[in-house]
Structure formats: C-alpha cells, structure tokens
Ligand binder design. Structure first.
Ligand SMILES: *Cc1c(COP(=O)(O)O)cnc(C)c1O
Length: 422
C-alpha cells in the first residue's frame, strides 16, 4: 500500500436529514453536489471516482464474513446488493433530487418494475397517465395485469379523471410523466400529490425529461422519482440504466427487490452516469435554450401547423411549467400541414428524409439531435384510438434537440419544410 498523503482530497458525504418527511436538505448547492457528492477517496487517494468491477467482496476472517452476512457489521457482500461505484451514483442522484435515498437499476424499465414489485400485490389498482413512455403502458397493462394488478389510464392534465379513477382501498399508486412525450403536456404535481395522499396512494413521477437539473418533483409532494439514466443523466447515448429516488423508508423496499430479483446497475454503467451528472445542469440548460429557439422558429414556419413545447407562451401548460421547472427541456414536437392522414404522413416523412445531419432514431437525451416520427415508431404499436387520445397524429414529428449549433439544426430541417411550401 502506498503512504497516504497528509490531506486526502475529501469527498462530500451526502448528509441525510431523516426528520423531514423523506426530503433531504443537503448543505451544498446543486452544482457542487453534482460534481462531488458521494465520493470519498479510497486509500489510493484517487481524484476521479473509481470503477469497482468486482462481483463479490472478501473478508479478513470467517467471523467477519458471518457478521457482514448477518447484518451486524456494514460491508459489501455481492454487487447485486451493493457496489461502491454504484453507491456513489446513488448518493449523488439522491442529493440532486433532494431525496434521502436512491436505488440504481439496470434500466429505466427496471426502475419502474422494481417500484411495482415493491408496492403492488394482486388485487391492487394503479392510475397512470395515458401519455407515458409506451413500454411503461405495456408494463402495467400487460405484465402487471397478469399478476392481478389492474390499471386505469387517464388524461395527465385532467385532475377529475384521476379522482374518478380511484378505487377506495385498492388504488395504491399514481404514476405519471411530466412533461409528457411527445406533446409536452404538464401535470400539476402539487395537486396530484394532494389527491394521492388524501387516499393513501403513492405518487411516482418519471422525471426523465426534466432531470433534477430542471425539476425536483419530491419538493411538490411526489413520493417516488423514476429515472431512465439512459437518457439525459448519461447524456451521450452510451449506457442503459435507471434509478428510483425517495425517502429512506420507501426506498428500503425497492432495495430489497433489486437485491433479490436482480435488476441491479452495472458498476461500469454507474461510472458513466456519474460523469454525466457532473455536467447535467450545463447540458440541460443548453438543450433547453436551443429547444426554445427551435420551437419559436418552427412556430413561424408556414409548413408547420402546430408546435408542442411548454416553453412557448401559446402552450396550455406554459404557466404550470414555469412554476414547476427551471427551464422547459430539450424535446420539441410539431405537426406539419396535410389535408388527409396519408398526406400528413408523407409530408412528415419527407421532412425527416430531407435531413442530412439529424439522427433518425427513437432515442433522446443525447448530445446529438434526434428526429422521430412517433406514429410509426415509438408509438407505432398503439391502437388508432390510443394514438388519437395521445395526440400522436400522422403529421407529428418529435425532435430531441442536441448540443450541435442551433443554426445547423434549423438549416437541416428547413430543407424539407421549405420544400413542403414550394
Ligand atoms: C426511455 C424511457 C424509459 C425507459 O428507460 P430504459 O432505460 O429504456 O429502460 C422510461 N421512461 C421514459 C420517459 C423514457 O423516455
């Protein structure tokens, strides 16, 4: 072992404040926590966070192993349970969301599944907003149903529908995503949390689109935060991961699920996401600034029928978004003009196919701008009726604005749009 330097560079240990109803009040600001929370250098005095690629951990004696396995002494056992690199990511994300604890998972879907396994049992009922990630719909509607859990899907912004859907004593979970994909609808989180808590229901919010850099749903009363780390937390399209954040008490149940059922995060991926968190706020502000410019430009283009972006004063959720979010995020959707669904699809595909730089892909949250036709890709498996309810028309195009120069992004889109108006 090397001799230790006299003054080890110190990491910020994330202080829990357990008496504040699941909310934690870190003593440092967001930007400081994003860079330093969770990491205390090991005996090697490393500056950057280490990657512990190990599946198990060793003990000094049989007695010590017995103590750790028996829970009398804290220590790592196996990376399905805990891993030092994953723990740094968990502590840092918990700090950024203002939650007491985080459990990292193998993907965003694994995070949602872990919450369902932790809190739902046969006979229970879920109310979920209709405008959620398509696979989330399948998780509740197809797979949880197999285990006797039913789900009612409601309009994200219509509180009366949430209220009417509650089955007293049976409804255990409200689940929503805000802003929604692809229309950027905004939920009133305070109102949803109040309604949920009046009926002993947990409110889970998928915070994928805003990330804690723009929105901290726990502060509005949400109980559980879901993340697909695959998107903006990584921010560079490299790795799959997810997380759940909330109070220490609620998260203990989620932890027991991941350590037993196994949808745990890989240490290597945790390290990728950790480095992503360090630049998260800077990236989210840059994505948001470019998205707003693009939305304003699209709104003025004669080939565009409507733009969906909560940063636009014309958007129904604009005021609410201003109160809940620090900025409006990087996802802009718009509809091109067309007299029939067939013409609208042809026009949308023409705009997509006329781009030379934008990436035609369903993913989002990358430095590279992506362009998608939701009706035939991300939302392609929805029934015609479900598409209509979700506002996914044939003329709709979704852009996840990246970090390229905004003028270049506009020029790439202008080629197809200008051709539509001759
Ligand atoms: C991608 C996504 C998910 C699922 O995450 P994976 O990491 O792909 O499993 C969940 N919610 C939202 C809003 C997403 O965009």
């Amino acid at each position: 072992m090397t001799d230790l330097p006299e003054r080890l560079p110190r990491g910020l240990q994330y202080e829990l404040n357990q008496d504040n109803d699941g909310l934690a009040e870190p003593q440092f600001s967001f930007d400081t926590l994003a860079v330093r929370a969770g990491h205390t250098p090991t005996h090697e005095a490393e500056h950057s966070e280490p990657i512990f690629l190990t599946s198990s951990f060793v003990y000094g004696s049989a007695a010590e192993a017995a103590q750790v396995f028996g829970g009398e002494k804290t220590g790592n056992i196996y990376s399905r349970f805990t891993n030092p690199t994953v723990r740094i990511f968990e502590q840092r994300l918990a700090a950024l969301e203002g939650g007491e604890r985080c459990v990292a998972t193998a993907s965003g879907m694994a995070a949602i599944l872990s919450v369902a396994m932790a809190y739902l049992a046969a006979g229970d009922h879920v109310v979920c907003s209709r405008a959620v990630f398509g696979t989330t719909t399948a998780l509740f509607d197809k797979y949880m149903r197999k285990f006797g859990v039913s789900t009612t899907f409601v309009d994200l912004t219509d509180l009366a529908q949430w209220k009417d859907a509650i089955k007293d004593g049976k409804t255990k979970l409200f689940f929503c995503e805000t802003p929604s994909n692809p229309l950027s609808q905004v939920a009133d989180l305070k109102a949803l949390a109040t309604l949920a808590h009046e009926h002993d229901i947990l409110l889970a919010v998928d915070n994928c689109f805003c990330t804690p850099a723009l929105q901290q749903p726990l502060k509005f009363g949400a109980d559980l935060i879901i993340h697909s780390a695959t998107k903006y937390l990584d921010g560079q399209g490299r790795a799959l991961g997810g997380a759940v954040v909330g109070s220490a008490k609620l998260l203990e149940e989620v932890f027991l699920v991941t350590r037993t059922l196994g949808p745990s995060m890989s240490p290597f991926n945790a390290w990728v996401f950790l480095k992503g968190l360090e630049t998260l706020r800077l990236r989210m502000e840059a994505h948001s600034a470019s998205a707003l410019k693009l939305a304003l430009w699209l709104e003025a283009h004669p080939a565009v029928k409507q733009v969906y972006y909560s940063g636009l004063p014309s958007h129904a959720g604009h005021e609410l978004a201003k109160n809940q979010q620090r900025a409006f995020g990087g996802i802009v959707s718009f509809e091109v003009k067309g007299d029939t669904p067939e013409q609208s699809r042809a026009a949308a595909w023409q705009v997509i196919d006329s781009t030379k730089m934008l990436s035609i892909t369903g993913n989002l949250g990358d430095t590279k701008t992506t362009i998608t036709h939701p009706a035939t890709t991300t939302h392609g498996r929805l029934s015609a009726e479900a598409k209509q309810l979700a506002g996914v028309t044939e003329g709709l195009i979704r852009i996840a604005v990246g970090l390229e120069d905004i003028e270049d992004i506009q020029q790439d889109l202008a080629r197809g749009l200008n051709a539509l108006v001759g």
